[in-house]
Design a protein around this ligand. Sequence first.
Ligand code: G6P
Length: 612
Amino acid sequence: MCGIVGYTGPKQAYPIILKGLKRLEYRGYDSSGVALLHNGKLDVYKKKGKVAQLEESLVGVNVHAHIGIGHTRWATHGEPSDRNSHPHTSSSGRLSMIHNGIIENYAQLKKELLSKNYTFTSDTDTEVLLNFIEDILLNNNCTLEEAVRIALKRITGAYCILLLDEQDPETIIAARKGSPLVIGIGKGEHFLASDASPIIEYTKEVVYVNDYELAIVRPNELILKNIGNEKITPFITKLDMELAAIEKGGYDHFMLKEIYEQPSTIQDCLRGRLHAEDGTITMAGIDDNIEQIKNAERIMIVACGTSWHAGLVAEYIIEELCRIPVEVEYASEFRYRNPIVNKGDVIIAISQSGETADTLVALEKAKENGAFIFGVVNAVGSSIARISHAGAYTHAGHEIGVASTKAFTGQLVVLTMMALRIAIQKETITQERYLHLLTELADVPEKVDAILKNAEHIKTIALKYKDAHDFLFLGRGYNFPIALEGALKLKEISYIHAEGYPAAEMKHGPIALVDENLPVVFIATKDSYHEKIVSNMQEIKARKGKIISIITEGDDISPTLSNDCIFIPPADELIAPIISVIPLQLLSYFTGIAKGIDVDKPRNLAKSVTVE
Ligand code: G6P
């Protein structure tokens, strides 16, 4: 993962890079650094910890420069420390480089370099690649651009690199494979970054660099080439993103802001697609490919993390409404286990960032086998969006908090609309049920809003249980994946161990954990499983577990079994997950805050996982 920023132009580079790194901290935040080139001299500053610590260490230091690169790290090779932080400097001191990704054959390259008496000051694969480039540069009497090209042909793995050369006062050399890179085009200046957030306030014109492309970036010039040295015409895209979208807007944390944005992000997701009054759903990606999708013999869903949970909900919904078999796969397993993918198979890829390495590679492989790839992606223009044959954006806006919230509800809304659109075409749903579900979907923003108004009550519950060592989350049917998501959210931002389980399966193991110290969260909204899950509550109560239940307004049985209840508005069972996840997001948020955790940047995590 890691975030990278670069600038070349007439402005001061350091403030632009620093601000950009702060925006990219969601990608990693265990150390950071900058390299600034001024008067033919490279100054490199780096620090373990968050970007604010780097900033603090540079107060009073002369950081004057018009060109520079910066990095915020999520450690892969080498522990987080000052010396393993990027930028790295080449043996001769001439080059400085930052890198996002993993060089898989670094050990072999390092061996070669050690035999040539190169020494290393860090444990990173990045320093190996940098010295490998320098070695080629010095021994072949070529340009840096050529040396980079030769080196990249020899390496395996993923990278986005930015390089500065002391002997070239205006140029940044950049290249990517597998890790994202956007170049912003200003007036007599260029900005480089892992995503558009560091660029947005300076220019809306950007170029998304593709895999195996190399960019030579100067204030007044952007040359794009492929790795075979052929020039490529940069394709300029206009950013459709506002600065306000990436600021906290009065909230204490991005996560809280994003939770509260959900009534409007869900509305944005429905807008122009769901027409409840005339009973139609318009989704260009589905409409244009309806025959292929509706006739699929099976659908495979590939995703990671929270997006995988959305896939599990979709499995239940698509099988129920469309009668098409669905398999949900962890992308990291799918890519390596030699799955059977045939020509014409439909693969739905779900990803907030659109950059998750495992998902991306899994899709590339499936595509090679002739599968039809449908992307359900949040980040517009991201790699997964671009390699998909068709897709539907979730329109949740920029999500910055590491724990995914609004992107998840956006995914559920898109996947539900897709299932309805396919089902009506396939005639596997009655007109009456179809129209009912359309109205239910249209009502979701209002219901989410009602839950958010109950936040104080959820906060009280969070404070009551914040010192528990473990939590169990249980749900059945459509709410089973929500139990998994509730447990994941709590783990991510409160560091409390939590397990999600199908409520009935609980008696085959986790029930052994139940005693008076174990809070058990039941997602037990009124649905066709309700009586069954009430029995599961009885089983927990009989063993003195503390029951926190998420239940439907009007339910008068569950409260008699629960220690604490969170009531939510009634909804059709198929729509309920979009609503029942909201209290779980708030429960995790308030628990994390009560424990003094930086919920936007919890330890060890990163938002966009661009390494496998
Ligand atoms: C990381 C994030 C999760 C996210 C997962 C998949 O682990 O912290 O919030 O669900 O990656 O990411 P994607 O961008 O593909 O949805």
